[in-house]
Design a binder for this molecule. Structure first.
Ligand SMILES: [Zn+2]
Length: 265
């Protein structure tokens, strides 16, 4: 049997058999991997601690003749213990892992997505920034990592970079200034979308918020949360980031609904 070392985060876990688990990992080496942890639900198992949900661990894995991966041994690198502080960080981290599971692919290393995941889990766990700021930053950067970043270099119609107000056209992935927006004939598809509250594709962006979103898309990942989010921008910020990501992924997430329910967003 081949043995290989990989590092990654447990983004999903399901019980299997009496004491086993089926784990989904996001790894630097192979992107998403489904692996079996034999006996890891037993407290006595040496791999128990490093195979918990959210854990960042190094794994020695074996591949059997059927092509299935098994954990041979593992070392815990980071448990993000603070995520288990209460239900709010726990449910936000669960939503983040759900999105990452949806966006990642097997057999393709994905270091940018793994770095975003690690940074986000660390931020939620340490709680040095408000959850609303962390959630939006994750969502917008995740869209960018997936090649879905909006073009936020001023107005996409007239090019103006210092308009007093912009709109994020979620559908088109561009910013449009208020003047161009009022002159623009919205097509049927946009009008249909606008009739539904959840998918309303236009979000108001003050110039300050436009700069923040551009930062989320373009900055070095280590500086992702290095900005202040004024309270009066929070609502538009979270609306823009969440709608943008969900619209372009073409789906919602039960784990997001649950998070919003307990935080009454
Ligand atoms: Zn314009």
């Amino acid at each position: 049997m081949e043995r290989e070392k990989v590092t990654g985060v447990v983004i999903r876990e399901r019980p299997a058999g009496d004491n086993d688990k089926l784990l989904t990992l996001l790894t630097a080496e192979h992107g998403k991997m489904i692996v079996t942890g034999k006996g890891v639900r037993s407290l006595k198992n040496k791999n128990m601690a490093s195979t918990q949900m959210f854990c960042f661990s190094s794994f020695v894995i074996t591949k059997n003749r059927g092509g299935f991966y098994h954990i041979y041994e593992s070392d815990l690198l980071e448990s993000f213990f603070g995520l288990r502080r209460d239900l709010v960080p726990l449910s936000l981290a669960t939503y983040v892992c759900d999105v990452v599971d949806h966006c990642s692919v097997e057999d393709s290393g994905d270091v940018p997505l793994l770095r975003l995941l690690l940074n986000t889990l660390y931020a939620i766990s340490s709680a040095k920034k408000p959850y609303v700021q962390i959630k939006g930053a994750f969502e917008m950067r995740c869209a960018s990592v997936c090649g879905l970043a909006p073009d936020l270099d001023g107005c996409s119609v007239c090019g103006i970079g210092d308009a007093p107000m912009y709109y994020l056209d979620v559908l088109g992935g561009v910013a449009v200034c208020a003047d161009c927006m009022s002159n623009r004939k919205l097509d049927d598809a946009v009008e249909r979308e606008m009739s539904g509250e959840w998918t309303r594709p236009l979000v108001q962006l003050s110039p300050e918020l436009l700069l923040i979103l551009r930062h989320l898309v373009e900055c070095d990942i280590s500086r992702l949360l290095a900005f202040a989010l004024p309270e009066q921008l929070e609502h538009d910020y979270q609306t823009a980031c969440e709608r943008y990501l969900l619209h372009h992924l073409g789906r919602g997430f039960d784990t997001l609904d649950f998070y919003k329910q307990i935080t009454k967003m």
